[in-house]
Design a protein around this ligand. Structure first.
Ligand code: ZN
Length: 298
């Protein structure tokens, strides 16, 4: 299982490419010589710079830990083996009440840390509120039906106070359809900018794919409005439209996001996913889609 952090892995890819190119013989062509000069000095190409710009902005201790976690079974009937514990740090805080249910797959823990760092990079001093993940060994616990196999997490909303100043309030507060929440006499507003930044980060992680983000339809509309206002990448908006949804037969999720990741490749086939499978999510070790089956396939 991969234990090196994404940064190290990508740097290695970049460096190995650089050294291979540096072996090229020099020629008289000035354009080629300029390119070789750049290569011998390990100057990154535009493509490398683009890739580096998408790397996590801060390394978490968990990035350097081995990741032997295995998600077993389904989110609503499953277990977690060798789960990773998520710890408080500058950009995230596990809320009171979730201190014994803070284990997830290594992929999920790193995804949460990555997203919290990304939001804090764009909006300094932001601190994400993390609710339940799974128990250390997974399995059922009230009040959840899912959260059993280390691939689910509840994340609190970023909020504004009544004067529209960003605040870090590490509790889950229910918000009405106008994005207003109340607690202990104080009024809070849903912070569309920071919550969209969170969704954007969750949906653009380089290696871990999100299957669901459950939240109310009203919050979904507010987030998509923000995305359009910020001229977010159309691919990201399309993903957000598919992934954000209000559950039809379950709690509407007025006080938090419920995020679920797909099984990681190295946990299959023990780890089980149900549809939907989105086009941007690669499933190399799964059966081909029905429409591509040939008559001889069984
Ligand atoms: Zn949940």
């Amino acid at each position: 299982m991969p234990w090196v952090c994404a940064l190290t892995a990508m740097s290695l890819v970049w460096l190995s490419g650089t050294f291979a190119l540096a072996e090229l013989p020099m020629t008289g062509d000035p354009v080629l010589r300029e390119a070789q000069h750049a290569e011998t000095h390990a100057e990154p190409s535009d493509e490398d710079l683009e890739r580096i710009s998408r790397m996590p902005r801060r390394i978490s201790p968990s990035d350097l830990e081995p990741n032997p976690s295995v998600s077993v079974g389904y989110p609503n009937r499953g277990l977690l083996r060798f789960g990773m514990r998520i710890n408080d740090e500058r950009d995230l805080s596990v809320k009171v009440g979730s201190l014994n249910t803070r284990h997830g797959t290594g992929e999920l823990v790193r995804l949460i840390e990555y997203a919290a760092h990304e939001v804090a990079f764009r909006y300094p001093r932001s601190r994400l509120t993390v609710g339940d993940l799974s128990r250390p060994g997974g399995g059922r616990f009230v009040p959840h039906k899912s959260h059993q196999s280390g691939r689910d997490v509840d994340l609190g909303f970023y909020m504004l106070d009544r004067r529209s100043t960003p605040v870090n309030n590490h509790v889950f507060i229910p918000f009405n359809n106008k994005g207003i929440g109340r607690q202990w006499g104080a009024i809070y507003k849903l912070d569309a900018a920071r919550n969209w930044a969170l969704v954007e980060s969750l949906l653009s992680h380089p290696t871990t794919d999100v299957q669901h983000i459950f939240v109310t339809n009203a919050a979904k509309r507010a987030l998509l409005r923000q995305a359009v206002k910020e001229r977010a990448h159309p691919e990201l908006i399309m993903r957000a439209k598919r992934v954000l949804s209000q559950p039809r037969h379950d709690a509407p999720h007025r006080s938090h996001f419920h995020v679920r990741t797909y099984c990681s490749d190295d946990d299959r086939p023990m780890c089980k996913d149900r549809p939907p499978f989105y086009a941007w999510h690669e499933r190399p070790s799964q059966a081909p889609a029905v429409s591509t089956l040939q008559p001889n396939d069984s």
